[in-house]
Design a protein around this ligand. Structure first.
Ligand code: WTA
Length: 631
């Protein structure tokens, strides 16, 4: 199944067709997949409710497309390489045949433990190949997986379990991350105190650490698969049956469960993977993301496997045992396509070029980035130092909600410009809107980034709360999907993403809502209220700056800070820790009680001299205190 566009001219032609006749365009691509029953309509949609369906009445199982269909010709080809955290541990290589058998075996284990079609399963796993097996096994039997990044806290897990009303958790005793080990099973045990829907917990033995196992509830992975058959019929799924839920933060409330369905997601994952990376048969492809994020779902697991590619998973971190680890792995496995995040690039760049030298990077053909805007300096370093000026950089813009890459270069086919994501993929129709919601048609402009026509992997709903999906994405601008991002379009029509225009902070490519972090901080007994904003951070892209009001000013500020950080770690996880906590006597509020974040943002950005008009504030004097005490 080769879905690749061949040249920039080919791109332009396909793009035109995709706009004039989207259904014909997507039908041609859809036909390349294996359907148990063909679809009878390509798309049916309206953005009002919203109600979007793709490949209607088609029946399929995504794992038959990821695994079974490759067995005849590619059964002995490498499907998955796993590189351990410990550099002296040997890598794992699984062929398509082996991966197929492991997925089937675990599918049978899931069924034996009482999981069936439509049941929700939480996956809270280290970056081990069994995490991919767990996802695929759920998909094979029609269970809905919801992967929770293994850095989230017990409270964050229980929120997700309860929202999804999940029946099972798949986890491990713990994980290796650099020089540290994290006891995952303990975290799950804590989470389950507040959950009543969970019947079984399957535990993969990763560390040999002998965790607490609750009789009747907890089952070892190796015992669960013992004696299971290595083949398992794939559950026939409707195109619009749910494939997975992935929780992501928005500007309000708790994280919401973004819902993706089987048919459209499958088509777009493979199509975007092959085109953006210009993947060629036998290439070794490595995406450094974690399976806990959408990038791991679409571009470690589904996109590559649907395409019969060799996908690599890495257990560790870029700086362990030292800052040359990524380049050492590229050399060791002769990686051809490498996909990572700007924050990793900036962190490694700061460690010095000596870590890049002495590693053979000549196998690299395409380099990718994702998750946040990449600054020009990091872009150039990546291009010159890693790609040696030879490799195109694909700066891929997309979101959990879009399911796959929307705006990006296509390997070496497209023109490139530093820090610009570039042109939309054929089938994707981005527009820039102004304050009034009017489309800005010219080039050389800036506006709110929206999409005016659906694509197969657009989110279908937010789990259990369709209204929230409507309000968040489809109500800002009539008949448009609103991304929450601002963007520029240059003279040549290339897009450059500026960043979020809503109350979402992007820290090292991880999304957090300001309200979500404020709610966590407010749980601390010292705190009366708080306000959180993002500020530019040289490695993380954005850092979290928290303004905190306590009943009385704490006498020991350092101690109070540490206590608040602990609360945030408990409520969300270490990844959401504010970089800076400033204790203030009050927050700048309008007379109606609304917090003026604009002012707080300016102070956090070190631009206290550009606050603008503060006379409409209820108490303008708090601003002076805030400015005086700023970091
Ligand atoms: C940001 C990650 C600039 C953007 C796949 C988006 C980017 C949010 C880029 C989605 C990029 C992602 N350039 N910004 N190439 N890619 N973003 O859901 O603000 O974790 O809205 O999906 O990350 O984050 P999410």
């Amino acid at each position: 199944m080769d879905l690749r566009i061949r040249s920039f001219e080919d791109y332009q032609e396909k793009y035109k067709l995709s706009v004039t006749d989207p259904d014909q365009f997507w039908d041609e691509i859809g036909r390349s997949f294996q359907w148990n029953e063909p679809y009878d309509q390509v798309s049916k949609w309206e953005f009002e409710t919203p109600d979007v369906k793709w490949y209607l009445n088609g029946k399929l199982n995504i794992t038959e497309n990821c695994l079974d269909r490759h067995l005849e010709c590619k059964g002995d080809d490498c499907a998955l390489i796993w590189e351990a955290n410990n550099p002296t541990e040997s890598a794992v290589h699984w062929t398509y045949q082996e991966l197929y058998e492991k997925v089937c075996e675990f599918s049978n284990a899931l069924k034996a433990q009482g999981v069936g079609k439509g049941d929700r399963v939480i996956i809270y796993m280290p970056m081990v190949p069994e995490a991919s097996v767990a996802m695929l096994a759920c998909a094979r039997i029609g269970a809905v997986h919801s992967v929770v990044f293994a850095g989230f806290s017990a409270n964050a897990i229980s929120d997700r379990i309860n929202d999804a009303q999940a029946k099972m958790v798949i986890t491990a005793d713990g994980l290796n991350r650099g020089a540290k080990q994290v006891p995952l099973k303990e975290v799950v045990d804590d989470a389950l105190i507040h959950c009543y829907s969970i019947e079984k917990v399957i535990v993969f033995d990763c560390l040999g650490s002998n965790p607490n196992m609750e009789a009747g509830r907890d089952v070892w992975w190796h015992e669960a698969i013992d004696g299971m058959d290595k083949s398992c019929p794939a559950e026939p799924m409707d195109s619009e049956d749910v494939l997975f839920i992935l929780y992501t933060s928005g500007s309000t409330g708790k994280p919401k469960g973004v819902v993706h369905t089987c048919g459209g997601y499958m088509v777009f994952a493979a199509y975007s993977f092959q085109n953006v990376f210009q993947y060629q048969e036998k290439d070794i492809y490595w995406c450094t993301a974690d399976v806990g994020w959408i990038t791991g779902h679409t571009y470690i697991v589904y996109g590559p496997l649907l395409s019969g590619a060799t996908t690599m998973m890495f257990e560790g971190v870029p700086t362990y045992p030292d800052a040359s680890r990524f380049w050492q792995i590229c050399d060791k496995h002769q990686v051809n396509v490498f996909y990572t995040a700007p924050t990793a690039i900036r962190a490694l760049m700061a460690c010095g070029d000596e870590h890049v030298e002495n590693h053979d990077l000549s196998s690299l053909k395409v380099l990718g980035t994702v998750g946040e805007p990449i600054n020009e300096e990091a872009w150039r370093w990546y291009k010159e130092r890693i790609g040696k000026g030879r490799c195109p950089i694909v700066d891929t813009w997309w979101q959990t909600e879009t399911g796959g890459i929307m705006i990006s270069g296509l390997g070496d086919l497209s023109p490139q410009r530093a820090a610009h994501a570039g042109y939309p993929l054929p089938g994707i129709q981005p527009v820039l809107l102004d304050q009034e919601g009017k489309e800005i048609k010219e080039n050389g402009v800036e506006g709110y980034l929206c999409i005016k026509h659906p694509w197969p992997s657009i989110l279908r709903t937010t789990y259990g709360d369709h209204e929230r999906c409507k309000v968040t994405y489809f109500s800002h601008y009539k008949n448009h999907y609103f991304t929450g991002d601002g963007a520029k379009r240059d003279e040549n029509g290339m897009y450059r993403i500026i960043g979020r225009v809503d109350d979402v902070i992007n820290v090292s490519g991880h999304r957090f809502g300001t309200a979500e972090i404020e709610n966590a901080i407010n749980e601390n007994r010292l705190v009366v209220e708080s306000a959180v904003v993002g500020y530019p951070h040289h490695i993380k892209g954005q850092g979290i700056y928290a303004y905190v009001v306590c009943e009385t000013m704490p006498s020991d500020l350092e101690k109070a800070r540490a206590e608040i950080l602990e609360t945030v770690i408990e409520e969300i996880g270490k990844i959401a820790k504010p970089e800076k906590i400033q204790f203030v006597t009050g927050l700048p509020k309008t007379r109606s009680g609304k917090i003026m974040r604009r002012i707080l943002r300016k102070v956090a950005e070190g631009e206290a001299d550009k606050l603008g008009d503060v006379s409409t504030l209820l108490d303008p004097s708090v601003v002076d205190d805030i400015v005086a005490g700023a970091f």
